[in-house]
Design a protein around this ligand. Structure first.
Ligand code: HPA
Length: 283
C-alpha cells in the first residue's frame, strides 16, 4: 500500500482504539476559534501528539487536539488547531488530519481561517463565506503518487465550495443576525505577510481575501469526495491597504474579538449537518 495511506490508516486505528465515535461533519478551527471545541459535548479528546504521524501545530493560538463530540444532534470531529505549510510541513502532512477525519466517517468539512481583506468592504472583523479559491505559489497536496483509494489522479475543482453548504451558511448567519460577506480566498505560503505589490497583483487575479491556509485542505477534501464549506474571519486590511504594518498579534487580537460571532455562526451551521438533515436544503 502507498506509504501515505498506511499513515492515515495508522492514525485512524489509533483514534479507533480510543473511541468508536463516527463524525458526520468535520471542522477545522482557525485563529481565535479554539473555544468552539469547548462548546461541543465531548465524547473523546485526543491530543495530536497521541495520534501517530499527526503533525503538531506550532502556530500561536492553535491548540493541538482532535475533539470528537456533538453539536446538538450532529456528530462532529473538530481539529482544535491546524498545521500550516509555513511551519515547514509538507503539503501531504498538512492535509493528513483532513484525510483522517474523512477516514473516520466525516462527509462534510467546514474550514475556518483568518485572512487579510483585499476587496473594499472586507474590513477587520467581517466574516466572509468562501465561494472559490486561488492557490498561489502553494504546492498541491495531491502532488506525487495518487492515493487511488481516496480519489482520482485529476480531480475536478470546478465547485470546491459546496453550494448547499453555502446556502446553509447564509441561512445560519441570517438566523443569528450575523452579516456574512462572500468572496474568493487566495492562499499565499507565508509566513511573511504579502507586499503591497503582491496584494495589488492578487486583486487583479480576482482574490478578495488572502491567508496562509485552507486551500490545500479544501483540495485534499474534494479529492476524497468530502463536501466543503469555508468561512474566513477578515482580521485586517491586506498589506498596503490600511497604511499600517501588519502583525501576527493584530491578527490574533481581531480574531479573538470576532470569535463569539464566528462561533455562533459555526454552531448554527454544524447543528444542521446531522445525518437526518443531510441533503434537505436545496439551492
Ligand atoms: N495575509 C495573510 N494571511 C493573513 C492575513 C494577511 O493579511 N491576515 C490574517 N492572515
Amino acid at each position: 500500500m502507498h506509504k501515505e495511506m498506511e499513515r492515515i490508516q495508522a492514525a485512524a486505528a489509533a483514534v479507533r482504539r480510543r473511541t468508536d465515535f463516527v463524525p458526520e461533519a468535520a471542522v477545522v478551527l482557525g485563529s481565535g476559534l479554539g473555544g468552539f471545541a469547548d462548546m461541543v459535548r465531548q465524547e473523546a479528546v485526543i491530543p495530536y501528539g497521541e495520534i501517530p504521524g499527526f503533525p503538531v501545530s506550532t502556530a500561536p493560538g492553535h491548540a493541538g487536539r482532535l475533539v470528537l463530540g456533538w453539536v446538538e444532534s450532529t456528530p462532529v470531529a473538530v481539529m482544535q488547531g491546524r498545521v500550516h505549510l509555513y511551519e515547514g510541513y509538507d503539503p501531504a502532512e498538512v492535509v493528513r488530519p483532513i484525510r483522517l477525519m474523512g477516514a473516520l466517517g466525516a462527509r462534510s468539512l467546514v474550514l475556518t481561517n483568518a485572512s487579510g481583506g483585499i476587496r473594499e468592504g472586507l474590513e477587520a472583523g467581517t466574516l466572509m463565506l468562501l465561494t472559490d479559491h486561488i492557490s498561489c505559489f502553494v504546492p498541491s497536496p495531491l502532488r506525487g503518487e495518487n492515493l487511488d483509494a481516496l480519489g482520482p489522479r485529476f480531480p475536478d475543482m470546478s465547485q470546491v465550495y459546496d453550494l448547499e453548504l453555502q446556502a446553509r451558511a447564509r441561512a445560519a448567519a441570517e438566523r443569528a443576525g450575523i452579516p456574512l460577506l462572500e468572496g474568493v480566498y487566495l492562499q499565499f505560503p507565508g509566513p511573511n505577510f504579502e507586499t503591497p505589490a503582491e496584494i495589488r497583483a492578487f486583486a487583479r487575479l480576482g482574490a478578495d481575501a488572502v491567508g496562509m491556509s485552507t486551500v490545500v485542505e479544501a483540495i485534499a477534501a474534494r479529492h476524497m469526495g468530502l463536501r466543503v464549506c469555508g468561512i474566513s474571519c477578515v482580521a485586517n486590511r491586506a498589506a498596503g491597504l490600511s497604511g499600517s504594518p501588519l502583525s501576527g498579534e493584530e491578527v490574533i487580537e481581531v480574531a479573538n474579538r470576532t470569535a463569539p460571532r464566528f462561533r455562533q455562526l459555526l454552531w448554527n451551521l454544524t447543528a444542521g449537518l446531522g445525518r437526518k438533515n443531510a441533503g434537505e436544503v436545496t439551492v
